[in-house]
Design a protein around this ligand. Structure first.
Ligand code: ZN
Length: 355
């Protein structure tokens, strides 16, 4: 057989290079994905605090230096202290206003000296950090409130008094803890997922993935559910796939979507469950780029290899029922969607039954 030589990107199913993937590759070359990215989503705090922290880590907060980088014409003078330039590390940590908040709070936080924001986060939320769940929650909440105070300075022209800010935070934290305790009392206990007694128990997060076809034209879509090993909900997602009516190809593409999502969100030690035994055995034998399926399988293997101690296991169909519901929901054919921390209402009965 003869083939023409061609250039392709091994990081894209169609072989097309994208700037986004280029940045991702640069990130991999510059260092491994830090544990803080995965631990961030495990924080036991209100979802909006986690989203805020993710934006701060991702350089997505509208700090003055970030706005100026996006060509907004502004002068960079910190709205809290009025002396230094504002960036995420300054406004949340080293600004005189922030340092006063941290000092009065008496929270045991790591030193800011010589750190950028990601490095500092790694010290209290990384894999070797010795901070407990409550300290994690309080630090996260106070970061959120410092940012809120900064926004008051920007939009209302004045900063809250330090003690008022801390009192507000204490009241908010107490309310959150009380509501969590109430929820844990009223919550129906989830049985730990045991889809197959022959498989070793999972150690990290569990991801169930499935593909489905919609309607007479058989529009393909995927669904994923991510849970902690104890069964608690982490995230769910669904979206359309681009392929013909080819169940094994759809399962492989769905697997690729799930692994991409897990990798991009910093997870490792993942156990992925699929009800396609052909997919599981094909994954272990995939070695060729010469078919589209082979290409997708190799992409799955590559993604899997970037996340330590991660495996794909075959389970019975009932064990991926919740992922199947995600794939078959009408929203799956429209666009990629994801739900964090709290499942979408259409999923809850199925999650309760399947988990
Ligand atoms: Zn400042």
């Amino acid at each position: 057989m003869e083939y023409d030589d061609m250039w392709y990107s091994d990081r894209d199913l169609r072989g097309c290079y994208s700037v986004k993937d280029g940045y991702r590759k640069l990130g991999e070359l510059n260092g491994p994905c830090l544990p803080v990215w995965g631990n961030l989503w495990k924080l036991q705090v209100p979802p909006k605090w986690k989203n805020f922290l993710w934006r701060a880590l991702s350089v997505n907060l509208p700090t003055l230096n970030n706005l100026i980088k996006r060509r907004v014409e502004l002068i960079n003078i910190c709205p809290a202290c009025g002396t230094d330039e504002e960036n995420v590390m300054h406004i949340l940590c080293s600004c005189y206003f922030a340092t006063h908040v941290w000092n009065i709070s008496q929270l045991p936080i790591p030193s800011f000296d010589g750190m950028n924001f990601v490095q500092w986060m790694e010290l209290w939320l990384g894999v070797s950090a010795a901070y407990n769940t409550e300290a994690h929650g309080r630090i996260c909440g106070l970061l959120y409130d410092i940012w809120s105070a900064r926004n008051e300075a920007v939009w209302e022209g004045c900063l809250p008094v330090l003690y008022v800010l801390l009192q507000r935070f204490s009241a908010r934290w107490a309310t959150w803890i009380a509501s969590e305790q109430q929820r844990s009392i009223s919550r129906v206990p989830h049985a730990p997922p045991t889809p197959n007694p022959l498989l070793p128990p999972p150690t990290g997060v569990i991801c169930r993935v499935d593909a489905g076809f919609h309607g007479p034209t058989r529009v393909p879509a995927y669904g994923i559910i991510v849970q902690e090993a104890d069964g608690s909900f982490v995230a769910a997602g669904n979206g359309p796939l681009i392929c013909s009516y080819d169940p094994i190809l759809a399962e492989a593409l769905a697997m690729c979507e799930a692994l991409s999502w897990l990798r991009n969100n910093g997870f490792s030690m993942i156990t992925v469950y699929t009800d396609s035994s052909i997919l599981v055995s094909s994954l272990s034998h995939a070695c060729s780029f010469r078919t589209y399926l082979g290409y997708v399988l190799l992409s799955c293997k590559h993604l899997l290899s970037t996340m330590s101690s991660s495996v794909v296991n075959h389970v019975c169909r009932d064990a991926v029922q919740a992922a199947h519901v995600m794939a078959k929901h009408v929203s799956a054919t429209l666009a990629r969607s994801q739900w964090r921390d709290v499942p979408h209402p259409f999923l809850e009965p199925d999650v309760a039954n399947a988990i």
